[in-house]
Design a binder for this molecule. Structure first.
Ligand code: FMN
Length: 400
């Protein structure tokens, strides 16, 4: 009896050891767990789109989208910080009909939600940005098109109806930037959004690890000629031999908004602010709206999450211009929290990309519709029939 039980124990131990062994796991393909890709209807929330998109992507492309700067501390903090804000329910209110529409920069939107600018849509779907735009428009959501889009702005604009804005980088070539602004204006864009947090490239460790997957990764190993063209200083050159980082627009200052103003009458946004001081400067230089953003944690490591700095920025701006926010938003409840603190709208970066990679335009649409539906539910449970009913009394913040 005791011999049998010892034997059973030993066998069980061995089986457990073997089951957890990397040797055994090595026998499964990397897509273990994704043998049957779920259909669009089976996906329960926005986060569940990521593994589906991942299963269809090359590792280097997945890492490009998922990755962030250095050790990805800020990336995790962007999500964790939402746990530090709780929502207070309010029952027994009139919530028969819930109106989520807002007017932002003179433009009516069905929801205070926009698609963030992001590059590399073709890495996820051959239809690229026009495909994303079709999905965004189907979900009545404005799209901000990246400076680095793979398709020309007029083609993206024509792909569907609905508001579209242009994001801008300067990258030293001001004439190219001016032409982009003119083309965006001609294509019917409703605003120009200048990104102010990417004056140097950043260290994306995932991409460094992936260098062996391509002959040369553009993000990590720029060639000498492009470095010289950008006029890098000796110090910068030395840094680059170690990490491949480089200056992108090191001479861009707030005065540049005056130049930008001379190029277009469209509303101007500054994207990438994390302090009340910078918000003040944006107002001073005539910027029409700001986007509180840490670029999805892709540039400077150890920044705070955006939801943590939102209160001080909203208070500093004091309603003079709209305050938009992004970085880490994955739930309609997250959107509700930002609106309660005082944001005017929220942008989402990676989620529509996951939708695009997983199911094309239909995936983009579903991702946005899920966020909208969750926002409506949060409003219903807090007694908010209109966006303007959402306020700070409905949340509790306990940031460390
Ligand atoms: C793959 C990828 C590409 C991006 N490209 C740009 C870009 O070209 N211009 C820009 O201003 N921001 C870019 N961003 C940053 C987003 O606009 C946004 O700030 C960020 O993704 C928000 O964080 P989230 O992804 O957690 O929602 C990019 C982000 C990702 C993930």
């Amino acid at each position: 009896m005791s011999f049998n039980s010892d034997r059973r124990k030993a066998l069980k131990k061995f089986a457990l050891f073997w089951a957890s062994s990397p040797l055994l796991q090595g026998q499964f393909g990397p897509r273990e767990g994704h043998q049957r890709v779920p259909s669009l209807d089976e996906i329960a929330n926005v986060l569940e789109f990521e593994p589906v998109a991942r299963a269809k992507m090359k590792q280097i492309d997945y890492d490009y989208v998922a990755g962030a700067v250095e050790g990805e501390y800020s990336l995790k903090r962007n999500r964790r910080a939402f746990d530090w804000v709780s929502i207070t329910p309010r029952g027994m209110t009139h919530v028969e009909s819930i109106d989520t529409s807002v007017v932002l920069l003179g433009q009516r939107m069905e929801y205070p939600l926009l698609v963030d600018p992001s590059s590399g849509h073709e890495r996820l779907h051959p239809g690229g940005e026009p495909e994303t735009r079709r999905g965004a428009s189907a979900a009545e959501t404005p799209m901000v098109v990246s400076n680095q889009a793979g398709f020309p702005i007029d083609q993206i604009a024509k792909a569907a109806k609905g508001p579209i804005w242009q994001q801008l980088y300067i990258h030293r070539n001001r004439e190219a930037a001016r032409e982009r602004v003119v083309r965006a204006t001609d294509a019917g864009c409703g605003a120009i959004c200048l990104t102010v947090d990417a004056q140097y490239s950043s260290l994306r460790e995932r991409l460094r690890h992936d260098r062996h997957l391509t002959m040369r990764s553009k993000n990590t190993l720029p060639n000498r000629r492009s470095r010289r063209r950008r006029g890098a200083s000796t110090t910068n050159r030395r840094q680059k031999t170690v990490y491949g980082t480089r200056p992108e627009s090191p001479d861009e200052t707030w005065e540049f908004f005056e130049t930008l103003r001379s190029w277009t009458d469209l509303p101007l946004l500054a994207k990438g602010l994390l302090t009340a001081e910078d918000a003040e400067l944006a107002v001073k230089y005539g910027v029409e709206a700001i986007v509180v953003s840490n670029h999805g944690a892709r540039y400077l490591e150890y920044t705070p999450s955006t939801i943590e700095v939102l209160p001080e920025i909203v208070d500093a701006v004091g309603g003079r211009i709209p305050v938009l926010i992004d970085s880490g938003f994955r739930r309609g409840d997250d959107v509700f929290k930002a609106l309660a603190i005082g944001a005017d709208a929220v942008l989402v970066g990676r989620p529509p990309l996951w939708g695009l990679g997983a199911f094309g335009a239909a995936g983009v649409e579903r991702v946005l519709r899920m966020l909208q539906a969750e926002l409506v539910l949060a409003m219903a449970h807090t007694g908010c029939a209109r966006i303007s009913d959402i306020n700070r009394s409905l949340i509790k913040m306990s940031f460390p």
